[in-house]
Write a protein that binds this ligand. Structure first.
Ligand SMILES: Cc1ncc(C[n+]2csc(CCOP(=O)(O)OP(=O)(O)O)c2C)c(N)n1
Ligand SMILES: [Mg+2]
Length: 371
């Protein structure tokens, strides 16, 4: 039903055992460890930006549960069409912290040679497609990839991540319609974090819920508690299984809250009441999972300390390594578009190489980012 909210973890950690997904103790602890790592990575990302060491960062604070729940529900060969707010999903799929930070810093070791916006990761080994900034565009991209996989007889599915704001895009409507009509093996995952920069959900749509929009396209729409890692796991697994069986797409609306700013470039206290934030802060996805794990004797202070310290150490080591990496060579800006560049571009490239070699090329490097 499009109005019920699937939820497994209660605030006090008392859960009916039959509702708990089939995940062994080791996997449950690993989920928690990755949620802690995601939060630590985001905290460090924001600090690096405030220190002027990177130009821009997009935090996902408050949305760790949905990222790790999804990561455990998906297969290694499935394809992710990501939002910029799921670094934890990339890390949980095996992306190294260094690879992630090379992207954020835009070093010469970044897969896109520093030409993408920071936090717009491109991770080929993780089937994590380069993030499209124009919101909503990744929805039809995922449908196309899903249809291509079915055409090739593969068992993989595609999943598109987008926000509540993304549901107002043309990509949302054409993606859901096209995916539904062709029973594409795709999952549409909406991170309903209540805000699209400064626009609250009440101003985004007149629909009662986001999930209900699925009805118009003839596909199931489910609402899930996005701060409940186990409920997200269960909902995503069910939708992915359904897509894999050839039964078509599902729209998942995960209810969560953007606890931080939209990005390092805005100040949410200018447009968002403090009380709303305080209300959601009580529902921290980490704390909720922690209470559940503690009841099962899978969490204690010692485990917490290990998770936090290991995360901090790993991130610091990655920052140190990445800060030693040189920026991309200037002439890489000419790569990746033309196999053989037109004569005019080749001339400009050669002139740039000469200028660079002569040491006359000076670049602005004050961490300024125009957003
Ligand atoms: C087509 C398009 N319009 C506007 C923007 C500028 N923009 C970037 S993020 C954003 C808000 C997106 O909100 P939402 O979809 O709810 O995702 P969230 O940032 O909350 O995770 C906007 C308007 C954009 N990137 N693309
Ligand atoms: Mg949003």
């Amino acid at each position: 039903m499009a109005s019920e909210v699937l939820s497994i973890l209660t605030a006090d950690g008392r859960v009916s055992p039959s509702a708990v997904p089939d995940l062994d103790d080791g996997r449950l602890r690993e989920m928690y460890r990755l949620m802690v790592l995601t939060r630590a990575f985001d905290d460090r990302g924001m600090n690096l930006q405030r220190q002027g060491r990177i130009g821009f960062y997009v935090p996902s604070r408050g949305e760790e549960g949905l990222q790790i729940g999804c990561a455990f529900a998906l297969g290694k060969d499935d394809w992710i069409f990501p939002s910029y707010r799921i670094p934890g999903l990339a890390i949980a799929r095996g992306a190294s912290l260094e690879t992630m930070l090379h992207q954020v810093y835009g070093t010469g070791r970044d897969a896109c040679s520093g030409r993408q916006m920071p936090c717009h990761y491109s991770l080929r080994p993780q089937n994590f497609v380069s993030i499209s900034s124009p919101i909503g565009t990744r929805i039809p991209q995922a449908v196309g990839a899903a249809l291509a996989m079915r055409y090739r007889g593969e068992r993989s599915i595609a999943i598109a991540f987008f926000g509540d704001g993304g549901t107002s895009s043309d990509g949302f409507h054409l993606g859901l319609n096209f995916g539904a009509v062709y029973d594409a093996p795709v999952v549409f995952f909406c991170q309903n974090n209540q805000w699209a920069i400064s626009v609250p959900i009440e101003k985004q749509t007149r629909s009662e819920t986001i999930a209900i929009k699925a009805t118009a396209y003839g596909i199931p729409g489910v609402r899930v508690d996005g701060n409940d890692v186990l409920a997200v796991y269960a909902a995503t697994k069910a939708a992915a299984d359904r897509a894999r069986e050839g039964l078509g797409p599902t729209l998942i609306e995960a209810l969560t809250f953007r606890m931080g700013p939209h990005s390092s470039s805005d100040d949410p206290t200018r447009y968002r009441p403090k009380e709303k934030v305080a209300e959601w802060e009580k529902d921290d996805p980490l704390r909720r999972f922690q209470v559940f794990l503690a009841r099962r004797k899978l969490w204690d202070e010692e485990f917490e300390k290990t998770c936090v310290e290991e995360a901090k150490e790993a991130i610091s080591a990655a920052v140190t390594a990445v800060e030693k990496a040189p920026p991309p060579a200037p002439e890489t800006m000419f790569e990746g578009v033309f196999e053989t560049p037109p004569a005019e571009l080749a001339l400009q490239r050669d002139a740039l190489i000469r200028l660079s070699a002569s040491g006359q090329l000076t670049g602005r490097d004050d961490g300024y980012f125009p957003l």
